[in-house]
Structures are given as structure tokens and as C-alpha cells.
Design a binder for this molecule. Structure first.
Ligand code: GLU
Length: 470
């Protein structure tokens, strides 16, 4: 059975790059009816925080990427890493290195001076110290000769010479394991079959493969994902806008759209751009991952968000609008049903944050009508038709969009003016602005009492303007 894992380090929050990695791992597990494991790599005690762990877990839950196992924490497995370290020390697969920081610094400087690649020179590889008090680290005895072939699913065959690799530290002097060591033990113990991760880890892979051999274990299949670049061509970073995935929630994006956006950063299926989660699961496969880096585009993300807002049942989307309405402190109990609002407003909004602001007047009164709209639309010439409209709407017992629409039509016909001439002042009167969904739906959603009251207020303004100009 396929087993993939997403293994974030809680030294930071969950950002777009790590979500893309998680998504590919999750999709591949789902696609192959395998399992997806979430492992928190928290051995770096100084830089890992509980807040970051929470941010990762919250983000994963919001995105709907449930794991089959986990979250597993590396800090719960310290005894296991120690056990392997002791075993390797005994069997000569690892050794104690007593080099001080200063000595390592000196080693590097000398290598630099000679124009050599800086690396640990293996000084303690075949030595043993009598000192039991001196601090030491454990280093892995990397093979000195031969080569390691990484058969990467994305990059193809990548060959590394052992002579290029130094003996890496596996246990720090404080007894904590390093990333490369813990990751191999975990992937073996957790029976991971596919390691899918960012290609910044490609250079670690030959070292890890050598450690699989030391454990007498078969290495998994590797797939290293191309980098995500910002719109300026540099590696995606904080400078390119929102970093924490939760910021996208706050900005009114929906998880399906974000995942759809991310799946296309490095993977393609013909020219198709819009995918539902089910389609992604069905179609995703490792050979279709592209080798080249892909660039982030905020505009495309917005476009996809709206596509998903349009294609998803309004009932399913309602919680997203509710979240945004609560955020701007609008009481949604005093107004139309969210599902109907979504159906009316989704063509006009790219995010739920935008929609919340756009439909706000359906739930609460606005304080002021946009002065430009007043000047342009609430003019004395429209007084008579607006008065007629006021009484006709006021008499309406069936407040449906159809009834509202025929009311407006008959008043327009009576005064021999076109619908727009009447609709626009009406819109300004009831919404305070000149943009809204079609006017009959807008009035329907605002409700009779509020519509009539606002229309009354607008009539006062028109009359005042009339008095001033006469
Ligand atoms: N903790 C590592 C990271 O966040 C995981 C790398 C891996 O998947 O092996 O980069």
C-alpha cells in the first residue's frame, strides 16, 4: 500500500510552498487508495513552537487534508533515535567527533583558502579519544567511494559521488538528532513508500539513501517538487504577500480554490485549469509533475477562487460567507438567507471578503449614500416615477423578485421611461451605491420593510434637491 507523509518543521507557519507539498502527498495517497501521514518534525527545540504546530494543524484542517495517521511528533521518538545512534556507534557505522566550533571554522577557512569545497574532513573517523568529558557529536560514516543514484520521479536519474559527501552529524552534542538522521529512521519505521517533497531536499537524498543502507532498508520512491517562484522570479517568500495559509482564509478564499491553484503549480493535465477535489484525486499522478519551477500569480488565484465560488453549491459555500460576515460584525440573523445572497452576489465577487462587504446593506442600514451616486441618480426629474414606484411597491403583498420586477416595469411603462432610468435611482436609494445584483433580486433580498424605508429617505433627498434648484 502507498504511504506518503507530509513532514513540516514547526519552525514556521504553514505557507503556500509547504501546502503544495502536503497537497501532492495527500493527492497521491488518495489517488492510490493509500495512506497519508502527518509528521511534525520538531527536533529543533529552539526554533519549533507550539503556536506553529497549531498553525499547521489548523491550516491542514481548514484545507480539508485529513491524515490517516498523526500528527506524529518526532520529539516523542527521541528514544528511538538514540537507540539507532547507539547501535551504529557500536557497529562502527557512526563515530564520535570531538571537533570544536573553532576547529571546524579553521578547517573551513583552510579549505576555502585552497579553493576547495568546504566539508568535514573526517578527522575523527578512525580515531578514538580517551576523553569522556569533552563534548562530541555523532557523525555517520558515509561511504568514501562509489556513487549514489537517486531515481527521482520528477528529475529522473540523479547521480551523486560519495567522495563529494562528508560525514554528516546525526546526533548533536546535546543528544538531539539531526533532520537527515531522524527523517530516515521515521520513514523506515513508518513504512513510507513515497517521499514527495521540495527539491531543496534533493541534495540530502544521497546521504539519506546511504543511511537506508546502514539500516538495511530499501529506500522509498522519491519525487522532488520544483520550486515555487514569486511573480518577480525569485523564490516565493514573505515579500510576495500572504505567507500563513490562514491569511488566505481571512482574505475570503475557499480551500478548494487554493488547492486547485496549488495543484497547477508543478502539475498539469492537458490545458485544464479548474479541478474539483475529486478530479484532482482521480487525475493526479507523479509522472505528470513538471520539472521546471512555477510562478505564483495572485490574479490567477483570484480567478480560480471565483470559478469555485460559481461552481460550488451555495449551501456548501454558506459557512464561508458567514465567517466573513462575523468578521465584519454584521448580524446575519436580521436579513436574508445566506444561500440566496451567495447565489445573487457570486458573479460579482472574487472572494467572500468582498462579498461580505458588497451584501452588507442587506443586513444593516448604511449611514450615507455615495454622494456621487446621489448627484447623478437622485435628481428631481425622477421624483414622480419614484413616488409612483414607492406606492406601488408599498402595496405589494407578495415580495418576490417577479412581483417586484413587474411593479418596476409597469411604473416605467406608465412614465414612458426605460427600466435603467428607474432601476438605477432605485438601486442607489436602497443600496447606497450604484452597483448591486439585478434590481428585483436586490430589493427582494433587502426585504420589504427596509426597501420601503430607504426609498422614502431617498425621496426626501430628491425633494430637497428639487426645492433647492427651484
Ligand atoms: N521537515 C522537513 C522540512 O520541513 C521535511 C523534509 C522532508 O520531507 O523530508 O523541510
Amino acid at each position: 500500500m502507498t504511504r506518503t507523509r507530509f513532514a513540516p518543521s514547526p519552525t514556521g507557519v504553514l505557507h503556500l510552498g509547504s501546502v503544495r507539498t502536503a497537497l501532492f502527498c495527500w493527492l497521491y495517497a488518495k489517488h492510490t487508495q493509500g495512506q497519508f501521514i502527518l509528521r511534525i518534525e520538531d527536533t529543533d527545540k529552539e526554533r519549533s513552537t507550539r503556536e506553529n504546530v497549531d498553525a499547521i494543524l489548523e491550516g491542514m484542517t481548514w484545507l480539508g487534508m485529513e491524515c490517516d495517521e498523526g500528527p506524529l511528533y518526532q520529539t516523542d521518538r527521541l528514544a528511538r533515535y538514540q537507540e539507532v545512534a547507539d547501535d551504529w556507534l557500536k557497529s562502527g557505522k557512526a563515530y564520535r567527533c570531538y571537533c570544536t566550533k573553532e576547529e571546524l571554522e579553521e578547517m573551513r577557512n583552510q579549505q576555502k583558502a585552497k579553493g576547495e569545497k568546504t566539508r568535514y574532513n573526517g578527522h575523527w573517523r578512525d580515531l578514538e579519544s580517551n576523553s569522556s568529558t569533552k563534548e562530541y557529536v555523532l557523525r555517520f560514516k558515509n561511504p568514501l567511494t562509489g556513487s549514489v543514484i537517486v531515481n527521482d520521479q520528477v528529475r529522473g536519474e540523479v547521480i551523486f559521488e560519495n567522495a563529494e559527501l562528508d560525514d554528516l552529524v546525526i546526533m548533536r552534542s546535546d543528544g538531539s538528532p539531526t533532520y537527515n538522521f531522524a527523517v530516515v529512521i521515521d520513514d523506515v519505521d513508518m513504512q513510507i513508500t513515497h517521499v514527495i517533497r521540495g527539491d531543496d531536499h534533493l541534495n540530502n537524498t544521497p546521504r539519506q539513501i546511504n543511511m537506508y543502507s546502514a539500516l538495511d532498508a530499501e529506500p522509498p520512491t522519491f519525487a522532488h517538487l520544483p520550486m515555487i517562484l514569486g511573480d518577480d522570479g525569485t523564490k516565493l517568500s514573505k515579500r510576495h504577500g500572504a505567507v500563513d495559509i490562514r491569511d488566505y482564509r481571512e482574505a475570503g478564499f475557499i480551500p478548494e480554490a487554493l488547492l486547485n491553484y496549488l495543484v497547477r503549480l508543478g502539475w498539469s493535465y492537458g490545458n485544464q485549469e479548474v479541478f474539483s477535489i475529486e478530479e484532482m484525486i482521480k487525475l493526479f499522478d507523479l509522472p505528470d509533475i513538471n520539472q521546471s519551477a512555477s510562478a505564483f500569480s495572485g490574479d490567477k488565484l483570484l480567478w480560480l477562487n471565483q470559478e469555485h465560488m460559481m461552481n460550488t453549491k451555495a449551501e456548501i459555500l454558506a459557512p464561508h460567507l458567514k465567517y466573513q460576515m462575523e468578521k465584519i460584525e454584521v448580524d446575519i440573523s436580521q436579513g436574508p438567507n445566506l444561500v440566496e445572497v451567495i447565489e445573487a452576489y457570486r458573479e460579482r465577487a472574487e472572494t467572500f471578503a468582498q462579498m461580505a462587504i458588497a451584501c452588507r446593506y442587506c443586513y444593516e442600514d448604511f449611514t450615507e449614500i455615495d454622494p456621487k451616486a446621489v448627484k447623478k441618480q437622485l435628481r428631481p426629474v425622477i421624483l414622480e416615477p419614484m413616488l409612483a414606484l414607492y406606492s406601488s411597491l408599498d402595496e405589494l403583498s407578495d415580495w418576490s423578485s417577479e412581483a417586484i420586477s413587474s411593479c418596476i416595469n409597469s411604473v416605467a411603462a406608465k412614465f414612458d421611461i426605460n427600466m435603467g432610468k428607474l432601476g438605477q435611482p432605485l438601486r442607489v436609494a436602497v443600496t447606497g451605491s450604484s452597483a448591486s445584483p439585478s434590481i428585483d433580486i436586490t430589493l427582494y433580498l433587502i426585504g420589504k420593510a427596509r426597501s420601503i424605508e430607504r426609498l422614502g429617505r431617498a425621496l426626501e433627498i430628491i425633494k430637497e434637491r428639487g426645492a433647492l434648484s427651484s
